[in-house]
Design a binder for this molecule. Structure first.
Ligand code: GLY
Length: 591
């Protein structure tokens, strides 16, 4: 049976290596009683994770949050498919077996390395605000920001989904196998039923009140009023039908009966009246955007630019740390001070400048300029926590006067890393935002609450906030799907769920591989210490919690809590090495 992070048999005293620290995060019993029928290769992959070892392969690999999804992707690759084919198969399956985190009702970002051209590009499948949305969408009649869950649950938070269009775009651009072959495993499992995992059952049990507010959602997750339990068989014929619809092209999802059903469900739900229109759905488009790459110790760290803050923030943190020695490892308080305050500086810039660059000018080049970061990095030279952290003044070619945003992201989401036999690399982070999204279910899938990633406040002291709600705009994200390059070739695919802590998890894993010499399974298992806005969060039940006194002594407010990342990494070298976060049920598998 799964349990939250438990400890640790490692004796934690004094200097402990990064490897030992990583070993100390005990894995969930990946797949106990649920995934045993997948076959011997998968049993081996699960065993490797439990033993804290990376999975090795020569030709191709998939790492994702659920073994059924990994198998769907692996089968596509084994049939000669590309990473794009595998991605469609993985996403179709995740929407069934991990519906609380991502699916057809959500959005996603893809970072793609094309082996034929050697180029890295990105596809933006982020949700959009309805054309009827206004900057005061998440404020009460007096202009005060709503409480988070008042904003999340119901129609107000639902953006136009991007994932179905992204699946089509990825496949059209780089896929080889017929689209219908890729959704077939998920369709079959939706019709035959899948075994509810302990993680899904646990999350349903924690959320029964909110899930119970909507009839279709309650019927699905709590049939007859009883929450689904681990081991239950759940069929989802409506989801199978929606996937069949998608086989005929994404336009069938975004127009006609399916679009009408989404609009009716949103506008008929509490707080949703009149917000979403058929036009909003019919005009949705995936956008190709240039990858945002930042140098770090001889590597290029490439990820998703605006509307995600991911690549800029990860790149800034690494750039701020470039001149500092981190070799003492993750359990050294001095190293954590540097990492924590670098993150605070990056988050200050993020709160001021990052938003959908189709709506506001975002000084991406200025924020990642090595001279700018070197100047900011001098702030890290002391021995104690920065007492004040403010946004910097990057170079920009447009007047910028923004107030700091007020927004909150809670962890949900899912990350998929894939390498195919031709050497293409896909790093996809996919989400419906909060666990179970808006809680509104239609045609077998949950609708997102992505619009709560906008700033709830629209302005401060009369100055507008860059990430305010606007019609058609994409909410700022923290999702950080990343491909690390060295000498023009990909060496690592990585990403994680975790709300705005994603940035910390991904940065820590990259530092784990580059600075601390960890393999990818160890990098996925580093006990987390995350700082965004000043308070230091240490992962409870792990050696990271022992940093409490030292970090408090440096002036930080420090607390312990669960920090449930979902890192999925593939290292690319002579062969492939995969790692899956021990905090979740996913695996890496390859051949
Ligand atoms: N909703 C999570 C993110 O986009 O960062």
């Amino acid at each position: 049976m799964w349990k939250a992070i438990s400890i640790l048999t490692v004796l934690w005293a004094g200097a402990v290596s990064a490897q030992q620290a990583a070993d100390a995060v005990a894995p969930e019993a990946a797949g106990a009683g649920v995934f045993e029928d997948l076959g011997p290769g998968y049993a081996g992959a699960m065993a490797a994770k439990v033993q804290g070892k990376p999975v090795m392969a020569q030709n191709w690999m998939v790492a994702a949050a659920n073994p059924h999804a990994v198998k769907a992707g692996a089968d596509a690759l084994a049939a000669g498919g590309t990473a794009a084919d595998a991605l469609v198969a993985v996403q179709a399956m995740l929407g069934l077996v991990e519906p609380q985190s991502s699916g057809l009702g959500g959005g996603a970002f893809l970072v793609w390395y094309d082996a034929a051209t050697g180029e890295v590009t990105t596809l933006d499948g982020r949700e959009t605000a309805p054309l009827a949305a206004t900057p005061r969408r998440f404020q009460d009649a007096e202009g005060k920001p709503l409480s988070f869950f008042d904003a999340v649950v119901g129609g107000r938070s639902v953006g136009v989904p991007g994932t179905p269009a992204l699946m089509e775009a990825v496949h059209a651009r780089w896929g080889k196998l017929p689209f219908a072959d890729l959704t077939a495993p998920a369709i079959a499992m939706a019709e035959e039923g899948f075994t509810v995992s302990p993680r899904l059952a646990g999350l349903i049990a924690e959320d029964t009140e909110r899930l119970g507010r909507f009839e279709a959602t309650a019927d699905y997750f709590m049939p007859g009023g009883t929450p689904l339990a681990a081991g239950d068989l759940r069929k989802n014929p409506a989801y199978a039908e929606t996937l069949r619809l998608l086989n005929g092209g994404a336009a069938k999802f975004y127009t006609g009966d399916n679009a009408e059903a989404i609009v009716d469900a949103v506008n008929g739900a509490m707080d949703g009246a009149g917000m979403l229109s058929a036009t909003d759905l019919s005009i949705y488009r995936v956008k190709e955007r240039p990858a945002v790459c930042a140098p770090y110790r001889g590597h290029e760290v490439c990820g998703m630019g605006p509307p995600s803050s991911g690549a800029v923030a990860v790149g800034q943190i690494l750039g701020l740390l470039e001149g500092y020695d981190l070799s003492a490892g993750p359990m050294d308080a001095g190293v954590r001070r540097l990492m924590g305050d670098a993150a605070r500086l990056a988050f200050a810039d993020r709160g001021r400048y990052l938003a959908d660059s189709d709506y506001v000018p975002v000084p991406v080049t200025g924020l990642l300029d090595p001279d700018y970061l070197a100047r900011r990095a001098t702030l890290l030279a002391g021995d104690s926590a920065l007492t004040e952290v403010a946004p910097g003044e990057p170079e920009f070619d447009h007047a910028l006067l923004w107030a700091d945003d007020v927004s909150l992201e809670l962890p949900s989401t899912s990350h998929v890393s894939i390498v195919d036999a031709a050497g293409n690399v896909a790093s996809l982070t996919t989400t419906i935002e909060n666990g179970f999204g808006s809680r509104i279910m239609v045609n077998g899938f949950l609708l997102n609450n992505e619009l709560t990633d906008f700033s709830f406040s629209s302005h401060a002291d009369g100055v507008p906030i860059a990430n305010r709600v606007e019609p058609g705009k994409r909410p700022r994200s923290s999702m950080s799907p990343t491909i690390v390059m060295k000498d023009g070739a990909p060496v690592l695919a990585v990403g994680s769920p975790g709300g705005s802590r994603i940035i910390g998890y991904v940065t820590e894993a990259i530092i784990g591989v580059i600075d601390w010499g960890l393999d990818v399974q160890q990098a996925a298992s580093i006990p987390h210490a995350v700082n965004r806005f000043g308070a230091y969060d240490l992962e409870e039940g792990t050696p990271a919690a022992d940093l409490m006194d030292a970090l408090s002594g440096m002036g930080y407010e420090v607390g312990t809590r669960a920090l449930t990342s979902g890192l999925h990494l593939i290292a690319i070298g002579d062969g492939l090495q995969g790692g899956a976060d021990p905090r979740r049920e996913g695996i890496a598998y390859g051949e």
